[in-house]
Design a protein around this ligand. Structure first.
Ligand SMILES: [Zn+2]
Length: 295
């Protein structure tokens, strides 16, 4: 895998900019997270195809943190993601938050997650994202499990208090944890008096586009990576209406889950047109983080 930027905008001396856009898809099937969800229409292959075409159009490679059950159900899709030069990372076997898995549970779960991805053609899996950013000060034991299993990084911390998760006080910088595993925290910024993510998911869709672009530009100007996350459903305008999981049955929050999905690709195009360079997380770890510490 070459780490040189496909768009050639950066010089050869800095193949991966410190201010890269770490674009990722948390590849899960939302149907498997709601009761009787499989009665709804299959949307994952269609939605992943849209992301892959977006990435191909801009000639860039990104990271897909993939749940094991998706790899089992769609091995050809996983093979295509790998064949097109993208990175596959783990997102647990069934999207179970870390505190419910516990250390031994996480170990067994990730061994299955890796095996399912490898069976579908993924190689050299180095990255992990905890479901719903459930890596906090209470589940920091996860880094030792990740080290033992050969992972080199995690991108699982929302570095601010949040109604569900969040690790307040973690800080916004990438950190090499005592286990040796890097943590690449989600980018957050002050929005209406609260620190919120802005470069992914519902926030990217719901916040005004010009405001999001400004936050992304500010992050890049500060020489920091822009760390975001998208789901298959984030760009799906045809998904049936149902209550999404983990929203506390709030109809208001659930309506936000469907808002502005038709604008996601256009907004992403504008971010790339504004100069953001999308790179794989593993390339960022190798070319920026490890290099900065003389590795
Ligand atoms: Zn997820």
């Amino acid at each position: 895998m070459s780490t040189s930027p496909p768009d050639g905008r950066e010089s050869a001396a800095s193949e991966v900019p410190a201010a890269s856009f770490l674009f990722s898809v948390d590849l899960e099937d939302v149907r498997s997270l709601v009761p009787n969800g499989m009665r709804y229409a299959e949307r994952v292959p269609h939605n992943v195809d849209a992301y892959l075409r977006f990435l191909a159009r801009h000639e860039c490679r990104a990271t897909f943190f993939t749940v094991g059950d998706v790899a089992r159900r769609y091995p050809d899709l996983i093979a295509r993601i790998a064949a097109e030069g993208h990175e596959l990372g783990c997102h647990t076997s069934d999207h179970t938050p870390l505190e419910r898995l516990g250390p031994d549970g996480l170990r067994a779960d990730l061994e299955r997650n890796v095996a399912d991805l490898e069976r579908a053609g993924a190689r050299d899996i180095k990255g992990f994202r905890a479901p719903i950013f459930s890596l906090t000060d209470r589940t920091a034991w996860a880094y030792e499990v990740l080290r033992d299993l050969g992972f080199s990084y995690s991108s699982s911390v929302l570095p601010h208090a949040n109604p569900m998760y969040g690790w307040d006080g973690f800080g916004t910088r990438c950190v090499r944890t005592p286990s040796g595993v890097w943590e690449i925290p989600l980018s957050v910024s002050g929005v209406v008096g609260r620190k919120l993510p802005f470069a992914g998911g519902v926030y990217f869709r719901v916040l005004p586009a010009i405001f999001v672009r400004r936050l992304i530009r500010r992050q890049r100007m500060a020489g920091r990576p822009v760390v975001g996350y998208f789901h298959p459903y984030d760009l799906d305008t045809e998904q049936e209406r149902f209550m999404h999981p983990e929203l506390g049955d709030s109809r208001i929050l659930n309506s936000l889950m469907y808002l502005n999905r038709s604008r996601v690709l256009r907004r992403l195009d504008a971010v790339v047109a504004g100069g953001a360079t999308i790179v794989r997380y593993d390339a960022y770890v190798r070319e920026v983080l490890e290099r900065a510490r003389g590795g």
